[in-house]
Design a protein around this ligand. Structure first.
Ligand code: ADP
Length: 408
């Protein structure tokens, strides 16, 4: 069964094609047959498309930006045309999965897309003004390219956190905020769920017996407290701005600061939005970059603000891990994933050091030279520490298979 997965960002579009067996799903992620990536910020009016296939084709194309729709269609055409061709014709694809950032309160699970679901994703754009419209556009593009009859599935970033208890998802403002939908939703849910399931498989334990802290540390970053396979707390909130210090997002700050900046006319709501999302966090403090690799290198060269940004990142990571630990009331394993979590031995070691008092010990050698999906704790550690490569697109393909394979 050939499943196409689309993952639309504000200025990028990822897509990949998987071939899944018709019967039982493999436990391990399969490699995609084809992967496409579009960068709309490459040059003014020109998007860069990178396409690679499992047979070793690596293609880079520059596509004039007439519309986002036209550029995405050109990327998708490489599936059946040109040197990266992996299928004979568009009808070879049997189902399409879409990452949708915001599923609001109603979508607690993935769902087959209907006109009503599309209308709801559109309505929820007020909560995710950059992402949901891009996700909806992706759905409409694939309908146009592959026809209305093909089953399409929406997989929501928020769905995994739909299990948060009311005490965790309600903000201590006014009760009517809840009626307006102002509550904690949490994000990166597909990644947190995938990592929790993969951790149970690696530990050879039943997921329902585990207490886990999953740390998704990429440009955007969030933690989840996962108990019995269920998310019971997470650091992102009503929007993906809350919680940890991130690459260019502030994470949590005293709301009084925002009121002060607005009241003293230093910012409008729009300029504050840009500051908090694009010019804060590690970039805002270091004054150099949002990229942790460069921050670490600059700190090693004696750059004071880079050192402060790094110290703050670690401090806030420990702070929120402590919060997740307290909510769980116990801990079997910590999982690190995404760009920073998978690649930075320094951040993992610094985060884990704070939990040494619980008998957590990481093996420095394994921490530095780990393989994909490995336990990096010592045999006598009281808490396991896993580095897991997040596979959101594979997880979306699996959801798509689960909801559609018996209809085909
Ligand atoms: P996104 O949230 O955009 O999907 P990623 O999960 O790809 O981001 O994470 C990107 C970030 O990972 C980069 O900004 C970089 O700071 C960080 N990163 C990648 N490799 C390393 C490394 N070896 N050491 C430290 N940070 C790294």
């Amino acid at each position: 069964m050939k499943i196409l997965v689309l993952n639309a960002g504000s200025s990028s579009q990822k897509a990949c094609l998987y071939e899944l067996p018709g019967g039982i799903l493999p436990e391990y992620p399969l490699e995609p047959l084809w992967e496409g990536f579009l960068d709309f910020t490459h040059q003014a009016n020109i998007a860069e498309a990178k396409v690679k296939t499992h047979t070793g084709v690596n293609q880079t194309l520059e596509i004039p930006i007439t519309s986002r729709k036209a550029v995405t269609e050109t990327l998708l055409q490489t599936l059946w045309q040109g040197e990266a061709q992996v299928i004979d014709q568009p009808t070879a694809i049997q189902a399409i999965g879409h990452r949708v950032v915001h599923g609001g309160e109603q979508y607690r699970d993935s769902i087959c897309i209907t006109p009503e679901v599309k209308a709801e994703i559109d309505r929820l754009s007020c909560f995710a003004p950059v992402h949901n419209p891009a996700n909806l556009e992706g759905i409409e593009i694939t309908e146009a390219v592959f026809g209305q009859a093909i089953p399409q599935v929406a997989v929501f970033d928020t769905a995994f956190h739909a299990t948060l208890p009311a005490a965790a998802y309600t903000y201590p403002g006014q009760y009517d905020w809840l009626e307006q939908g102002i509550r904690r939703y949490g994000f990166h849910g597909t990644s947190h769920r995938y990592c929790a399931e993969r951790a149970a498989a690696l530990l050879n334990r039943d997921l329902t017996s585990l207490k886990l802290i999953t740390c998704h540390l990429g440009n955007g970053a969030s933690l989840a407290a996962v108990q019995q396979g269920i998310s019971i707390e997470t650091t992102m909130g009503f929007t993906p701005l809350e919680g940890l210090m991130m690459g260019s997002r502030s994470g949590s700050v005293d709301p009084g600061i925002l009121l002060h900046l607005l009241r003293t006319n230093q910012h409008t709501p729009e300029s504050l939005d840009t500051l908090l999302n694009k010019a804060a966090g590690m970039k805002g403090i270091s004054g150099i970059t949002n990229d942790l690799r460069e921050i670490i290198a600059a700190a090693e060269q004696g750059h004071d603000r880079a050192q402060l940004a790094l110290d703050m990142y670690i401090h806030r990571l420990r702070y929120y891990m402590g919060a997740m630990l307290a909510v769980l009331g116990g801990l079997d394993a910590i999982v690190f994933t995404a760009g920073v979590g998978e690649n930075s031995a320094l951040i993992r070691a610094a985060a884990c050091e704070a939990f040494g008092f619980l008998g957590l010990k990481i093996d420095p050698e394994k921490n530095t030279h780990h393989e994909v999906d490995q336990d990096i704790s010592t045999p006598d550690s009281q808490i396991r520490v896993l580095v897991i490569r997040t596979q959101e697109d594979w997880a979306i393909a699996k959801e798509c298979w689960r909801l559609t394979h018996d209809r085909l």
